[in-house]
Design a protein around this ligand. Structure first.
Ligand code: TXA
Ligand code: MG
Length: 309
């Protein structure tokens, strides 16, 4: 495993670095290097009009990437960064079309992971300090939540000068909450660990439910999908994989993939469960969806998308 300083140097030289965050692992490139960023799209097999998040280490870097930032966006940033939240802002001239997918907005996040933050800080000493990174998986597939997942999925596409940093298992396990902060009221584009209630309480604003014309990841019908077919809240049959909270017993001849004790554990282990079903070559995964708001709502969002394959 390369050291963080070496990884920062790789970014500076235009190579890619996959790195851990508290949500999922990202595949990063210098956000000011068009060639490096284009390699991310190639490796992921991602459509070019699909924007990537710019990861930063400090709030004082926002103005380099965004203009007309509303006060409530700073309030959210002060409260939840570093953390599992991405804000969509009006872009500055630094945020080129190949970052924003040609849109006039840019997604920004400061991740809460020691390794990610050190990488960003080291990279700021020698380069732009801004890392463009989508989740480190092939387009439409399951986001990686461990070093091993990234290796399994991307090692054949990476060269010796690229790097994968090992930060253990992602603490949260599903992608960041994405909040559109380009209007008078914030609007959730992708639910996550930072909930509606947290946003409304912090900003004192009511979330907008207006229809957005912003394109957002996972707003494709099928996404976050394993090879196996994902079925929600049906009776599992013999040979099916099964995902449910611990309190639900495993039916006879059904393969229990995970038995999380609570909603947090459910989020942490969900993508691991999807991947292990594929390793076991199962054809179906039956998931008993968790009930409730907040993180359960974000889990159901991913499950709905995964079940559209
Ligand atoms: O937790 C996360 O957000 C992880 C970690 C690595 O930070 N990243 C992640 O990236 O999930 P990705 O690319 O797989 O999904 C983020 C989505 C993009 O697909 C895109 O739709 C949305 O964020 N996004 C980025 N910039 C945007 C923009 N300017 N306008 C609207 N949506 C944007
Ligand atoms: Mg993704």
């Amino acid at each position: 495993m390369s050291s963080i300083k070496d990884a920062a140097k790789s970014l500076y030289e235009g190579f890619l670095v996959a790195f851990p965050t508290e949500t999922v692992y990202g595949l990063g490139a210098d956000a000011t290097n068009e060639k490096a960023v284009s390699r991310i799209f190639e490796i992921k097999g991602r459509p070019l009009d699909h924007p990537v998040i710019v990861h930063l280490s400090s709030i004082d870097q926002i103005e380099q990437w965004a203009v007309n930032v509303p006060k409530y966006a700073y309030t959210l940033a002060e409260k939840y960064w570093p953390g599992p939240m991405t804000v969509i802002l009006n872009r500055s001239s630094s945020a080129k079309d190949w970052i924003t997918g040609g849109q006039n907005t840019v997604g920004i996040r400061i991740p809460n992971h020691e390794i990610a933050l050190s990488l960003l800080e080291e990279f700021r000493k020698i380069g732009s300090g801004a890392i463009a990174a989508p989740s480190a998986n092939k387009f439409g597939k399951v986001s990686p939540t461990s070093f091993q997942h990234v290796q399994d999925e991307l090692s054949q596409d990476l060269t010796l000068q690229d790097a994968i940093l090992d930060g253990g298992n992602s603490a949260i396990g599903i992608e960041s909450t994405i909040i559109d902060c380009t209007q008078d009221q914030p609007k959730i584009l992708r639910p996550g660990f930072i909930t509606n209630k947290m946003i409304e309480e912090t900003t004192g604003l009511i979330l907008s439910d207006s229809i957005t014309n912003i394109r957002v990841s996972g707003s494709f019908k099928s996404h976050y999908a394993p090879q196996a077919k994902v079925l929600l809240d049906v009776e599992p049959q013999s040979g099916d994989g099964f995902v449910a909270l611990e309190e639900f017993a495993t039916p006879l001849n059904v393969i229990r993939l995970i038995a999380p004790k609570n909603i947090e554990e459910f989020a942490q282990n969900l993508y691991y469960a999807f991947r292990s079903a594929d390793e076991k070559k199962l054809s179906r995964i039956v998931v008993k969806q968790p009930l409730g708001d907040n993180l359960a709502l974000a889990i159901r969002d991913r499950l709905q998308k995964a079940s559209n394959n």
